[in-house]
Ligand binder design. Structure first.
Ligand code: ADP
Ligand code: MG
Length: 279
């Protein structure tokens, strides 16, 4: 790799500068230096203030790029924040606690969060928003559904790369495991998931959501002793979020029906009555 130029004396300085700024990974410097120079001339800034302004722009941009990188590494199914979360719709949820958690100090303390509640009450939305806040505060995040994580663990075990995946899962600052409870796990699946929680215990924060109260977790893990040991670890330092109430989707579709009682192209879930527009 050539870092110091063997300057071609015929090359204009802009070409060399562009090369060096790319090598130094200062894209904002490169993009902005002409524009900022014009500003500096207009405002009568001296050269150190000119450089300071460029350095500040580079820093702000670098931070933004790093947040974006953390968000894409987290593999969120959607990017959601508390800005679009309607706390009034879910009175059982402790809003001051949620806002406090969004400051991410629990990650420094390596505490866990468990969000419990029936379907459609905003558990996934809330854990995505916590994940986004963590990315914005500089923490690495990985999102999985419980079923997805178990699938990945089994696949890694079959392909003899389980240790590597376990090490990655242990190292991330915040692991989010959504939807414990919808799918009963096999014995191997339960044991692999238990090991993940065990390895993170007091080393990193884990956010878990479930539609089942703790008493019913044995139906997912199939084994009372393992469920007990798992809950013991998860709830050692934990903040519990309760989201019990009417499904937000159901409430919205009822509200839509009040406005338009015969909307075209929609289907109702025969079990829940939840209405989905067929789009
Ligand atoms: P759960 O994971 O509890 O089943 P979700 O988080 O998937 O529920 O919520 C279902 C849908 O309703 C999502 O699109 C979510 O963004 C929205 N939603 C749920 N609760 C709220 C809320 N309090 N404010 C805004 N949107 C909400
Ligand atoms: Mg969900």
């Amino acid at each position: 790799m050539t870092t110091t130029a063997s300057p071609d004396i015929l090359a204009p300085p802009q070409v060399l500068l562009a090369h060096h700024l790319r090598q130094l990974k200062l894209p904002t410097f490169l993009r902005e230096y002409d524009k900022v120079a014009a500003e500096a001339a207009r405002e009568g800034l001296d050269h150190s203030r000119y450089l300071l302004r460029l350095a500040e722009l580079e820093l702000i941009d670098r931070e933004r790029r790093m947040v974006e990188r953390r968000i894409s590494a987290a593999r969120f199914p959607a990017v959601k924040s508390f800005d679009t979360f309607d706390f009034a719709a879910i009175p059982s949820l402790n809003k001051p606690l949620v806002l406090e958690l969004a400051r991410c100090e629990y990650i420094v303390a390596r505490d866990n969060i468990i969000a419990l509640g029936n379907s459609g009450t905003g558990k996934t939305h809330a854990c995505l928003a916590l994940g986004l806040a963590a990315c914005q505060s500089g923490f690495s995040v990985t999102f999985f559904t419980a079923a997805g994580l178990v699938h990945q663990l089994m696949e890694a075990r079959d392909e003899r790369r389980l240790l590597k995946l376990q090490a990655q899962l242990a190292a991330v600052k915040l692991l989010i495991v959504d939807e414990i409870g919808y799918v009963p796990l096999s014995q191997t699946g339960s044991e692999l998931l238990f090991e993940v929680f065990s390895q993170r215990h007091e080393r990193g924060s884990t956010v878990v959501t479930s539609n089942l109260p703790f008493e019913e977790w044995t139906t997912v893990f199939g084994n009372q002793r393992l469920t007990g040991a798992l809950l013991d670890r998860l709830t050692h330092h934990v903040h519990i979020l309760e989201l019990n109430g009417e499904s937000y989707r159901l409430k919205k579709s009822k509200a839509r029906r009040r406005i338009d009682p015969h909307p075209a192209d929609e289907t109702a879930d025969p079990e829940t009555g939840e209405i989905t527009p067929a789009s």
